[in-house]
Design a protein around this ligand. Structure first.
Ligand code: ATP
Length: 539
């Protein structure tokens, strides 16, 4: 099993990730990407942008849908009009519940989807202490039951005993930790906590000037829907993608970058006619899953978790999470990488008409505060965000399918997947344990490293010349310090797929060796043909 400690230590040692403000003791939930990390993350975002936005046209579309469709991009601001968050529902509903243990001072958050109190993270359930929070008692029991049914092999054998509210058959699932109430001590009353970071516009800073750092990039897309329609030649169905920072004041940031307070999202809002939306939902689910495996995540470590009908908001006909078996989770547990949600016309309609109550099956307007004119405070923009199909003249509010991925969680999953220990010969031919990051060539921060075998006899000059030439095509690295074996190991840890060595033979026959990171095979190629050979191998 891969050790998270080793992965975290490699990330620091090689410059993938550092804790933010580390010299001041760090700040929880914030991470900086080092020289290798920034390249990796950039490559991941570029792969997403290329495959989802620019290069999508050669794909097969679902039956009943047009043979091709447009995908365009946006880059919206992090701070938006406060009304956006009222109409989107974040102002009222983007809450976590938390309780503190009076004795241990530990803090727990309630995971809405899985129905669990979690200790500073994701995976611990404290069913035995829920007598302390009676108002949520039944709901938690129902959700806990559902959760175990979803996960346990022998779902029929699971029962919950009322007196203690501990789950019978706990031994069946490693994923559960249920200490008794004595261990946990008493809990404070549950408190609600909005996850949006508040900030103030302008110098005066009254209550009306309060706004928020965006907790998702999606709303920038919805409020620009009409702008994109009017300014480009897109026709429904089409998608708008955006990559950008989002902020959530998570109560329990942890598990390295998995739950951060500042993170990046890669989101698509795909607008389609209502009668095609189911087909597009399935299309995006499958396409997004395939993307992760094409870039190297093992399909054994990935699952598509369809939400149960009871977990869905009333406007949604389907939501699926792509989840990965991160090494910090117990065996059999998975953490969300991306959610693909069918959102109906909820968002566009809310921004047109004002906030609807998402918990009401009829979609009735919310009980909202009234302003001094007796009008609801959360009125929508009043702008017409519907679409008229030129061919049929039909007017409708498009339905939306939203594949919403986290760039940081993606990077973390690819780092975990890539981490490998194998046996390789050292400079003296002795087999040693080697740590190697088997990153897909598209994601690898450095594509090739160039070494002169020794720092004399004209080898550095030839190597420098090769370095200068390759630099124009890809991110390459020059290194002439220390034994060549150690230089190879350094690049293995950086995930560099190819190392090029200039040796004695290079000077006479103008060839170099290319060493393959994964197979350790060395082949000789002519210097003249090197860049073509590398580009071919990088795919
Ligand atoms: P979770 O249940 O883990 O809190 P979520 O369901 O709230 O996640 P979404 O609102 O669906 O997440 O956001 C879409 C994606 O954004 C997630 O799949 C994840 O990759 C990323 N993401 C969300 N919250 C965070 C976070 N705190 N840190 C890093 N990435 C995040």
């Amino acid at each position: 099993m891969k050790s998270m400690d080793k992965i975290v230590s490699l990330c620091k040692r090689r410059g993938f990730l550092f804790q933010s403000s580390e010299i001041y003791g760090g700040v929880q939930g914030f991470w900086d990407y080092g020289p290798l990390g920034v390249e990796l993350k950039r490559n991941l975002k570029e792969a997403w942008w290329q495959d989802m936005i620019r290069g999508h046209n050669d794909l097969v579309t679902p039956p009943g849908a047009p043979a091709s469709f447009e995908m365009v991009g946006l880059d919206c601001t992090i701070i938006m009009h406060p009304q956006v968050w009222k109409c989107s529902g974040h102002y009222d509903l983007f809450h976590d519940h938390m309780v503190d243990c009076r004795e241990s001072k530990k803090r727990y958050r309630f995971d809405q989807v899985r129905g669990r109190w979690c200790e500073r993270g994701d995976r611990k359930i404290f069913v035995s202490t829920l007598a302390e929070v009676e108002q949520e008692f039944d709901e938690v029991r129902r959700r806990a039951m559902k959760f175990f049914k979803l996960r346990a092999k022998n779902a029929d054998e699971l029962t919950i005993s009322d007196e203690s509210l501990t789950l019978d058959k706990l031994d069946d699932t490693d994923s559960v930790l249920a200490p008794d109430a004595k261990t946990l001590g008493t809990l404070t009353e549950p408190r609600e906590f909005n996850l949006m970071f508040k900030t103030t516009l302008g110098a005066l800073g009254g209550e009306d000037d309060t706004t928020f750092l965006r907790p998702e990039t999606a709303q920038g897309i919805f409020v620009n829907f009409k702008n994109v329609l009017d300014s480009s030649r897109v026709k429904v169905p089409f998608g708008i993608g955006q990559i950008g920072k989002s902020f959530r004041n998570e109560i329990t940031p942890r598990n390295f970058t998995f739950r951060s307070r500042e993170f990046e999202q890669m989101e698509i809002e795909f607008f389609c006619p209502p009668d095609q939306s189911q087909a597009w939902y399935r299309y995006w689910r499958d396409r997004r899953m395939a993307w992760y495996t094409e870039l190297g995540l093992s399909s054994d470590s990935l699952i598509m978790r369809e939400h149960e009908p009871a977990e869905l908001a009333h406007y949604s006909v389907g939501t699926a999470d792509i989840e990965y078996a991160f090494p910090f989770l117990p065996p059999g547990e998975y953490g969300e990488l991306e959610g693909i949600a069918h959102r109906g016309d909820f968002d566009l309609r809310s921004h047109m008409e004002g906030k609807l109550n998402p918990n009401s099956p009829a979609g009735e307007p919310m009980q909202v505060e009234l302003n001094e004119h007796g009008k609801p405070k959360y009125r929508g923009s009043g702008k017409d965000l519907s679409y008229r199909d030129e061919a049929t003249n039909e007017k409708f509010i498009p339905h939306v399918v939203e594949p919403s991925a986290g760039a940081d969680r993606g990077v973390l999953a690819f780092l975990c997947e890539a981490y490998t220990e194998d046996q390789a010969p050292d400079d003296k031919g002795q087999m040693q344990t080697r740590t190697v990051m088997k990153l897909h060539p598209r994601l690898a921060p450095i594509k090739a490293a160039i070494f002169p075998l020794v720092k004399k006899d004209g080898m550095p000059e030839v190597a420098q010349e090769i370095y200068g030439e390759l630099k124009q095509h890809m991110n390459v690295f020059y290194d002439d310090k220390g034994a060549v074996g150690r230089r190879y190991r350094r690049q293995d840890e950086a995930g560099t797929p190819f190392c090029i060595t200039v040796d004695g033979e290079s000077l006479s026959d103008k060839t170099v060796t290319i060493r393959d990171r994964d197979t350790l095979e060395q082949t000789r190629v002519k210097i003249d043909e090197l860049s073509t050979a590398l580009i071919e191998r990088l795919g």
